[in-house]
Design a binder for this molecule. Structure first.
Ligand code: SAM
Length: 333
């Protein structure tokens, strides 16, 4: 098997698969003020078609698959889908990203199908701020799920989208969480995705400043992750704490030259770069019984050869402008 390489020597090993564009939250950083309609049901890939995509990806050397959305647990049958993926592809490093609001009843299944790391989006430990950011008063549900994940001994990575004027006054809470719980708490720089979102230079909170704010409270020691679990986050051990803190810097220090990702939207469009609008519509091929997996693999290989460098797109945008026309909820993060 030949690796899936692009023209810049990057090897793709990671697929982010959006299972649905629907979500029960309305996060202010994820959606724009332009109303986007949900994708009609018949255009959403069936689980069988998504599983086929994962199989083709695995045949191309993809080792890690993350299910995302929208919100994975909003889609009916997602447990069966997780079990199906695990049964067919026992070697795949299967992960999920969730807002945690509907997660609790699914935790025992996650253990059974060996999803051993869960990324939980949680932008504030303050109930009012959580409701303001997400549009729903559901912080208690997320905190219950977090406790249950830790009790089930699953690894938890909390993703905090950092926004000035929104959650920048809550460093005490974030530090407390990372000090007292065995988890990774990672700040993600707010990305200017899709015009009409809240993003502008005033509410952008750069990782360098977030780190300084944290270091006023605790000592952070850089820690390298094992190559298998190393992602774009720079991780730090907190002296005297149970957890770690990390920073993901897509805006101030883009990591595009190390990008190993492909994304597939829930309606079967392949994206080779988060920031690029170019999509390759594979649904027709995945749905077609006479198109072989080998043919689809060949197309993916060709598409990957031209994987863009997202930072070029980011830096070329006008001041306070956005990249990518599609909202994050439709891409999957
Ligand atoms: N519903 C799931 C969740 O809430 O995690 C998965 C979908 S969400 C689009 C995936 C990730 O994208 C989340 O961690 C979210 O915080 C992140 N995200 C969305 N919009 C973002 C933005 N403008 N900048 C940075 N991260 C963003």
């Amino acid at each position: 098997m030949r690796d899936l390489c692009d023209g810049r020597g990057r090897t793709v090993r990671y697929l982010r698969l959006s299972v649905t564009d629907r979500c029960n939250l309305r996060c202010m950083y994820c959606r724009s003020n332009v109303r986007e309609h949900s994708i009609p049901h018949q255009e959403i890939l069936r689980y069988e078609e998504m599983a086929r995509m994962v199989g083709v990806a695995a045949s191309l050397g993809i080792e890690k698959v993350r299910l995302t959305g929208g919100e994975l647990f909003v889609r009916r049958g997602c447990d069966t889908f997780l079990s199906m993926l695990r049964a067919r592809y026992p070697e795949i490093d299967l992960r999920i990203t969730t807002n945690g609001t509907l997660l609790e009843p699914h935790i025992s299944l996650l253990r059974r199908v060996n999803v051993h790391v869960v990324n939980l989006s949680l932008d504030s430990f303050d109930r009012g701020t959580f409701a303001a950011v997400t549009g729903r008063d559901m912080l208690p549900d997320v905190l219950r799920a977090l406790e249950a994940l830790l009790s089930a001994r699953l690894r938890v990575k909390i993703n905090v989208v950092a926004m000035r004027g929104v959650n920048d006054g809550q460093m005490d809470d974030f530090v407390h969480a990372a000090l007292t719980m065995p988890l990774d708490l990672r700040f993600i720089e707010f990305m200017p995705m899709s015009s009409g979102t809240l993003w502008n230079t005033e509410n952008f909170w750069p990782a360098g400043e977030i780190k300084k704010e944290a270091e006023r409270r605790v000592r952070l020691l850089p820690e390298a992750d094992s190559p298998a679990s190393a992602g774009p986050a720079r991780m730090y051990r907190i002296v005297g704490g149970k957890g770690r803190m990390g920073f993901i810097t897509p805006v101030t220090e883009p990591f595009c030259l190390a990008c190993n990702r492909l994304r597939m939207t829930s309606d079967g469009a392949l994206r080779t770069c988060l920031f690029a609008d170019r999509e390759y519509r594979l649904r027709g091929l995945l749905r077609h019984p006479e198109i072989t997996d080998a043919r689809i693999a060949q197309i993916i290989r060709r598409v990957c050869a031209n994987k863009p460098v997202g930072a070029d797109i980011l830096y070329a945008r006008p001041l306070n402008g956005a990249v990518a026309a599609k909202q994050m909820s439709g891409i999957g993060g």
